[in-house]
Design a protein around this ligand. Sequence first.
Ligand SMILES: Cc1cc2nc3c(=O)[nH]c(=O)nc-3n(C[C@H](O)[C@H](O)[C@H](O)COP(=O)(O)OP(=O)(O)OC[C@H]3O[C@@H](n4cnc5c(N)ncnc54)[C@H](O)[C@@H]3O)c2cc1C
Length: 497
Amino acid sequence: MTARNGNQYRTGLADDREVWLGDERIDVTVHPAFAGSLNGMAGYFDYQHKYSDDCLMIDPETGQEHNVSLLRPRNREDIERRHRAFDRLARYSNGMLGRTPDYVNVVLAGHASRQDIYDRSGDPVYFQRLEAYWRLVQEQDLALTHTIVHAAIDKSVGELQGINEELTLRVVERTEQGVVVRGAKMLATLGPIADELYVYPATPIQKGFEEYALSFAIPVASRGVVVVCRDHYGVDMDVADRPFSSRFDEQDAVIIFDDVLVPWDRVFIDGDLGVYNAINAATATGNTQQQTAIRAAVKLEFAYDLCTQMAKVTATDGKPDVASLLGEIYSYLRIARSVVADAENRASDWGGGAFFCHDDISSLRTVLPIWMARVNDIIKTMGSHNLLATPTARAFEDPRLGPLLHKYLPGANGIAPEERARIFRTAWDFAGSALGSRIELYERFYLGSVGRARALDHKKAQAKGETGAFAAMFAEAGIAPVPAPADEFDDVVPTGA
Ligand SMILES: Cc1cc2nc3c(=O)[nH]c(=O)nc-3n(C[C@H](O)[C@H](O)[C@H](O)COP(=O)(O)OP(=O)(O)OC[C@H]3O[C@@H](n4cnc5c(N)ncnc54)[C@H](O)[C@@H]3O)c2cc1C
């Protein structure tokens, strides 16, 4: 097989996967709630062919055509090639789909670029399996989801302590066929409508918890994999009226592994903490975040234009307060683009020949969640009641209602009533609808919480030696440093005892 089209993607989902929506076990290929989501994802597969120059490439070894997101980047040209593909693919949904298959493809390609890390296990078989899997995903153009966050319900103890220890995915048995795993992971976006599930390391694991240090990939339809969907936010409406909710609910789900057998040829890490704790740091920022940052920039570009249209249709574009809001979004867009360009320009070999962007691209991880929520805030601030005074496209065609709507709901600046409604309906779907709200939550958390990311950045800064400015100021002024008061308080008798 080669890069698939939408129909091939749909056909691939016809299996006996266990998917639950509310209290109903459903077949996603025929359930009405999923019709729009499937159209949207099938459209993505067709889109990669429509823009094949950007999205597809020929594998030099196999001669097969595959999505560029599976390219193992080895040099600057590869970074540029990926940029073009990520940008184009993000434009399919204007960045509103976070988990188009290129996302996990990039992760997998990044892992498959780091044989040096996997070989630390001392057994080449683990990397051989991973590379074979990466090749399989290329050949079959599989849509992957991932689920990597431990099911840490009680945050007062460690991620693998107390009740969390019982709940989180772990090995419970080893057989001739493979490992049997039990437990849950949070979450799997695209879970019910992906072909396969890739589990790989997220936060580090301490010695003594090796049975949690796992990486593997299995079909979603594997026996014992239970996919528990959140409420579905897709709607059965015209694209013109609800451009995102009608197509782009990528459906998050909790994955419960109810004693699932993972065949050995799909086990990539099995208890090796050296590999487990290294692979994320060795790939996640410079590799994966090239894709996520470019998607975010495409989305900010769309948001800026959308808000500009909102200002025009209400003739508020000349007002300084509105111009200030528009300029605010544009500044986020420019910073995002600049950080990406800088990190790509400073791309380098991260080890084992893996050529990734500079780690500074991860700075966006701490600000984009805040900017994206702020963009939604701006849309609501600018939009006010207009976001709700928005007839559907068909309402304008009604012989009784149409003329009234044309008379009472025109756009300013000579903009047609239908266009006015379309702009504000799009804005509401972007920021206010059920799906819009879920996408905001996604932006806040999909790469982990901002709190965690900031704490990690601080740790990395200290490790890099990002310190000394304070002492340098006094040294420059000729003022000697104050020595540490070693043992100064040893002789002090505590008072008030
Ligand atoms: C829509 C959506 C889709 C998702 N899709 C996927 C998916 O496909 N696959 C997957 O594996 N995961 C997915 N996730 C899960 C996501 O990775 C986690 O939700 C994310 O890691 C944050 O959850 P947490 O409990 O680990 O947060 P934590 O990092 O524990 O944070 C929880 C809260 O505590 C605060 N906090 C934590 N640490 C600090 C700190 N040091 N300082 C200050 N505040 C702090 C945070 O700000 C936050 O409010 C998804 C999540 C969402 C919302």
